[in-house]
Design a protein around this ligand. Structure first.
Ligand code: C5P
Length: 239
């Protein structure tokens, strides 16, 4: 689905193990953001039933970053499609065959279940890794080059796009097709605390730089009034 309003581009990260907290946030933010992101923390605590309970009618980014042999990733993607995510993701470093298997499994499972096909995105280099970390695990750096290498491979392998940091948007826009989806965490309105995020950009800057979707967590979920924080971001984007 193509987002038609700026707020539709926002997935709010519900990073919690608590079903009630996640469900309350999802309810409070319904219609104020494009959808919810549920990841490993929530999924490991609450499982598929928890995801169904929280995501309900909301658009869902299921952030489980699959990374395994192609057959296993394809099976996990097929299982994930039953949760009706709009977006799911795999590690691009799992390689070409694994990404091809993920893309094909998403297409087939969505067809079988008669649901819209989720976008399948690749995770390139985790932003927690620097050049020394990459060298230690035997990956050729610098990190920025490895991001581009993996993003191109993801595109060739049939993925719809990648997750990337704000500072990678411009280079990826140059390196990949215009339709290649860029989903960007590390977003901070200028009135929000940075927390542990080091290289941040505002929602408007990220969209102007070429981001398709934004992941925003604590500036909304940690606010005294999450709905008011989401409205404020929406106003800033619309303005
Ligand atoms: O609360 P905050 O806005 O920092 O949340 C950002 C979300 O995006 C978290 O769920 C985090 O795990 C995720 N993320 C990130 N940086 C990445 C990849 C994912 O912050 N490079």
């Amino acid at each position: 689905m193509t987002p038609d309003e700026p707020k539709d581009r926002i997935y709010v990260a519900l990073d919690t193990q608590d079903l009630t907290r996640a469900a309350n946030l999802a309810r409070a933010l319904a219609g104020l953001v494009g959808g919810v992101k549920l990841g490993k923390e929530f999924f490991t605590a609450q499982g598929p039933d928890g995801v169904r309970a929280v995501a309900g009618g909301e658009r869902l980014f299921l952030d489980l970053k699959f990374h395994d042999i192609p057959n296993t990733v394809a099976g996990a993607v097929r299982a994930a499609v039953h949760l009706r995510p709009a977006i799911l993701n795999v590690h691009a470093s799992g390689g070409r065959t694994m990404m091809q298997a993920a893309a094909e499994a998403a297409r087939e499972a969505a067809e079988d279940a008669e649901v819209p096909r989720p976008l399948v995105l690749g995770v390139t280099v985790l932003t927690s890794l620097d050049d020394d970390d990459l060298e230690a695990v035997g990956q050729a750096g610098p990190a920025g080059d490895q991001v581009l290498r993996l993003a191109r491979l993801a595109q060739e392998s049939g993925l719809d796009g990648v997750v990337c940091s704000p500072r990678e948007i411009a280079a990826l826009r140059r390196a990949c097709d215009p339709a290649f989806v860029l989903l960007v965490p590390g977003i901070r309105p200028d009135w929000a605390a940075k927390g542990d995020q080091k290289r941040v950009t505002t929602p408007a800057e990220a969209l102007a730089a070429g981001a398709d979707y934004l992941v925003i967590g604590r500036p909304i979920t940690g606010a005294e009034d999450p709905a008011a924080a989401a409205r404020r971001i929406d106003r800033e984007l619309a303005g």
